[in-house]
Write a protein that binds this ligand. Structure first.
Ligand SMILES: [Cu+2]
Length: 124
């Protein structure tokens, strides 16, 4: 039989491991019922370029590029990702404030790169 002190250590380690697994799972995009919004990027626009989200409601933004590597950067939401031509990229977003948030391309993609932008409206 294990001494009591050793048992306590084992239980504490198991609890910590369970917490870490819980945190890891929570950080993954849910393969569940969270709504998916598809956004296509192509020189030099996002389609759609306006998206409406609800405050405190998680969504999955799903990106794909029709041509070159682009970026999606919404600094006010604290999220960014590369958008790739040959791969779907997913980003889980939970807006916490009502208002309008601009997003933009932050990967140089050509002549009109600087004009490549869009708008997220967060409503209650
Ligand atoms: Cu660009």
């Amino acid at each position: 039989m294990l001494p009591t002190k050793r048992k306590v250590q084992l239980i504490a380690a198991a609890a910590l491991a369970a917490m870490m697994i819980g945190a890891y799972v929570a950080a993954q995009p849910a393969a569940t019922d969270e709504p998916v919004i598809k956004i296509t990027a192509r020189k030099f626009e996002y389609i759609p370029h306006e998206v409406t989200l609800r405050k405190d409601v998680a969504v999955i933004l799903e990106f794909r590029s029709e041509d070159v590597i682009m970026g999606f950067n919404a600094p006010d939401l604290g999220v960014r990702t590369d958008i790739l031509p040959d791969k779907t990229t997913r980003l889980r977003v939970v807006p916490t404030k009502v208002g309008k948030v601009e997003f933009l391309c932050d990967v140089f993609c050509g002549l009109l790169h600087e004009e490549m932008a869009g708008l997220i409206t967060v409503v209650d």
